[in-house]
Design a protein around this ligand. Structure first.
Ligand SMILES: Cc1cc2nc3c(=O)[nH]c(=O)nc-3n(C[C@H](O)[C@H](O)[C@H](O)COP(=O)(O)OP(=O)(O)OC[C@H]3O[C@@H](n4cnc5c(N)ncnc54)[C@H](O)[C@@H]3O)c2cc1C
Length: 378
């Protein structure tokens, strides 16, 4: 009997896991991959949408293109998860079960957590939010733009810094930078806490570009009547354009399943196993001790795939999840930099920095195209 694997969510984690299982086990596995979306979008592509370089349609990789031995893609919304029975219910009216269940549903946004955000601000962390901001940006010709984080943890910790640097670039290219002010508000003491070298380079880039950097603060609310961003210590920044990072949380259906503790699914960081037999959680939905980023979701998906292959073939279990990942950082005109971070091997996370270069700009492009090829056969 083929191993029946139910993969919930076709993001970084679910796609990598599914691809490896199909490549290695072929028809000896029955993967049912469920996602409510029309297609996958890389997180970093939201910055392309935000600054009008690409449209939302252009950056979406349609799930209809997935064609892999042993894999069935189902486009439905998961409405209930029973981890004890390894069964899910969907809005299609049916239910699915498996020998193994992998929860890879990512993190959702809690807009209500930040009063005024939905009515008086904008976010760039969803494709729709980035597209809305792309429509507003051309009419922003003067005033104060604030890039602000509403709560930690949030996906891709360097992304707000990238947004501020690219906004500078965008306003400069339009000839309106001198009439605009840019500030960035983040809840950490440094832009990329595990890597002081990366943080120093980003803080220097902010200073060179006259971008105001507000550390150790989060955005508590937006006061639309007074056009003020209110921070968690009660201080305020006037704003004309707000580019927000909303508070994150696990999707409602995961919280309702009873699998979460403090908002996310706890797992064994070596194996990604949950406390339910045969149930794993990978990526942003899980608490692993690594940041919420695609590279870490992908690495976790890989470890679960190797365990399932060993289970199906009777081989040795794989090495534990290593918590290593490399994140690319857009510096604007200077190109793309990279930080290589190690979250699990030592007593505290560490990171090394590679400054912006043409080679890293090309490497980042390859990162995207290689995934599109492996996951979607492009
Ligand atoms: C602006 C920005 C820039 C970023 N840049 C980078 C970067 O450079 N490098 C990097 O590694 N990461 C980056 N990220 C982070 C990265 O996008 C996420 O961390 C990554 O996508 C998480 O992968 P995942 O598999 O856990 O979840 P996701 O990729 O979020 O996938 C979850 C999937 O579950 C589906 N889903 C959710 N609920 C349901 C339901 N009820 N029913 C059915 N389907 C459901 C969703 O449709 C989605 O497809 C960035 C993020 C942002 C916002």
């Amino acid at each position: 009997m083929p191993l029946r694997v139910l993969v919930l969510g076709a993001g970084f984690g679910g796609l990598e896991l599914t691809t490896i299982l199909s490549e290695e086990l072929g028809d000896d596995v029955e993967v049912t991959l469920i996602d409510k979306g029309e297609g996958f979008t890389f997180g970093f592509a939201k910055l392309d949408v935000l600054f009008g370089h690409k449209t939302a349609d252009a950056v979406r990789l349609p799930y209809a293109e997935i064609s892999k031995p042993g894999v069935r893609f189902v486009r439905e919304t998961i409405t209930a998860i029973d981890p004890a029975a390894r069964r899910v219910t969907t809005d299609g009216g049916g239910s699915y079960d498996g020998d193994v269940l992998v929860v890879a549903l990512g993190a959702d946004y809690d807009f209500d957590h930040t009063p005024g955000l939905a009515e008086h601000g904008n976010e760039f962390y969803s494709v729709a939010g980035a597209a809305r901001l792309a429509e507003l940006l051309p009419s922003f010709t003067a005033g104060h733009a604030v890039v602000g984080v509403c709560a930690a943890p949030f996906k891709c910790p360097p992304a707000p810094s990238e947004a501020a640097l690219l906004l500078h670039e965008h306003l400069l290219a339009r000839g309106v930078r001198d009439a605009c002010e840019i500030s960035i508000v983040i809840p950490f003491g440094a832009p990329v806490p595990p890597s002081p070298e990366t943080s120093r380079a980003l803080v220097a880039a902010f200073a060179e570009r006259d971008i105001g950097f507000v550390a150790r603060r989060r955005v508590a609310s937006l006061d639309g009547a007074r056009s003020a961003v209110v921070l968690d210590d009660g201080s305020e920044l006037p704003y004309d354009l707000f580019l927000g990072v909303p508070k994150h949380r696990a999707p409602d259906v995961v919280i309702a399943s009873g699998m979460t503790v403090d908002g996310y699914v706890p797992v064994d960081s070596a194996t990604l196993a949950t406390s339910y037999p045969g149930v794993y959680a990978v990526g942003d939905v899980a608490t692993v001790g690594v940041p919420k980023a695609g590279v870490f979701a992908e690495g976790a998906g890989r470890v679960v795939a190797r365990q399932l292959i060993a289970q199906a073939r009777g081989g040795e279990p794989p090495a534990p999840y290593d918590g290593l990942g490399s994140c690319y950082i857009e510096f604007g005109g200077e190109g793309v930099a990279r930080v290589d971070v190690d979250f699990l091997s030592g007593p505290s996370p560490t990171g090394t920095f590679q400054p912006p270069s043409e080679a890293l700009t090309i490497e980042k492009q390859h990162f995207g195209t290689s995934r599109a090829a492996r996951w979607f056969g492009r």
